[in-house]
Design a protein around this ligand. Structure first.
Ligand SMILES: Nc1ncnc2c1ncn2[C@@H]1O[C@H](COP(=O)(O)OP(=O)(O)OP(=O)(O)O)[C@@H](O)[C@H]1O
Ligand SMILES: [Mg+2]
Length: 268
């Protein structure tokens, strides 16, 4: 297998049928994600970030082009690609443990016994620091903790690729920073391949090996790809003054707010 191209996206276009006819959301999308790479998708609201993530997740099919994961065409969702949604999507009547256990059972239930499934669930909850909250229901825990359950659920499936759609978007700045640091540590340990949608420039630079910048729609495409060559492990305090960090941050800000600035004018 070609290690350099774990996810391959070739000539992808996505149109949606609407009441007014066909809407071209994405076009001419070509992107490679290598094994173990952390890629963020960034762009203005409505440009098509979730649309692209959903295509990789296999939740939608492209109207043109192909998407491959590990050399196989993506034809639908699969346990090799776990998704963390912005809205947690936890089942409110189940405990944190049960929410994660359900995913573990779906993926490993055919080949493993209950004790093994329970220990996988415990391990995933421990990874995100939720052992003490395992028996609580989503209504009894904070937004940051719910997001952690979503991440634990995704990681428990041992996916080849972790897909995250603005996983920290609804959180306050401090909780967000804490979860970003946790995610960095988890990804370093599990060597996961990650594709994550974000609006946040600092988050993108802190986490990514590669930042994919989308132009504004309709007909959005990849405007620029920035390689972030900062060494790991990364420390946010030290990075803040690192010239390479400042340079990467400036490049993304320049793309979003200078070259793709017209979105505000359209919306105004
Ligand atoms: N099922 C659909 N039917 C019609 N149009 C759609 C559909 N899904 C998305 N779109 C349109 O495609 C474009 C891209 O939407 P998408 O949700 O991917 O944007 P986004 O970049 O994730 O935005 P945000 O940052 O606000 O989440 C938008 O104009 C949206 O209205
Ligand atoms: Mg979105």
């Amino acid at each position: 297998m070609n290690e350099e191209k774990y996810i391959e996206i070739r000539g992808v276009e996505q149109r949606f049928k609407t009441a007014k006819g066909s809407f071209l959301a994405l076009q001419k999308i070509d992107l490679d994600v290598a094994k173990g790479e952390f890629v963020t998708l960034i762009g203005h609201s409505g440009c098509g970030k979730s649309t692209l993530l959903n295509l990789i997740a296999g939740l939608t099919a492209p109207t043109q082009g192909t998407l491959l994961c590990a050399n196989r065409e993506i034809r639908g969702p699969g346990p090799d690609r776990a998704v963390v949604f912005q809205n947690h999507s936890l089942l409110p009547w189940l405990t944190c443990f049960e929410n994660v256990y359900l995913a573990v059972e779906r993926v490993f239930g055919a080949s493993e016994g209950k004790a093994q499934l329970r220990s996988r669930t415990d391990a995933a909850l421990a990874l995100v620091g939720l052992t003490a909250a395992a028996q609580k229901r989503p209504g009894e825990i904070s937004g940051g903790m719910k997001q952690r359950v979503g991440i634990a659920r995704a990681l428990s499936m041992e996916p080849k690729v972790l897909l995250m759609d603005e996983p920290f978007g609804a959180l306050d700045a401090l909780t967000r920073a804490k979860l970003q640091d946790e995610l960095l540590a988890i990804v370093a340990n599990t060597r996961s391949t990650v594709v994550m949608v974000t609006h946040d420039v600092d988050e993108a630079v802190l986490l990514s090996d590669k930042i994919v910048m989308l132009t504004n729609g309709p007909g959005a495409t990849i405007g620029e790809v920035l390689q972030v060559a900062l060494p790991r492990p990364r420390n946010r305090v030290e990075l803040a003054e690192d010239p390479a960090y400042v340079h990467a941050r400036k490049a993304v800000i320049d793309f979003l707010y200078t070259r793709q600035a017209h979105v505000e004018k359209v919306a105004a």
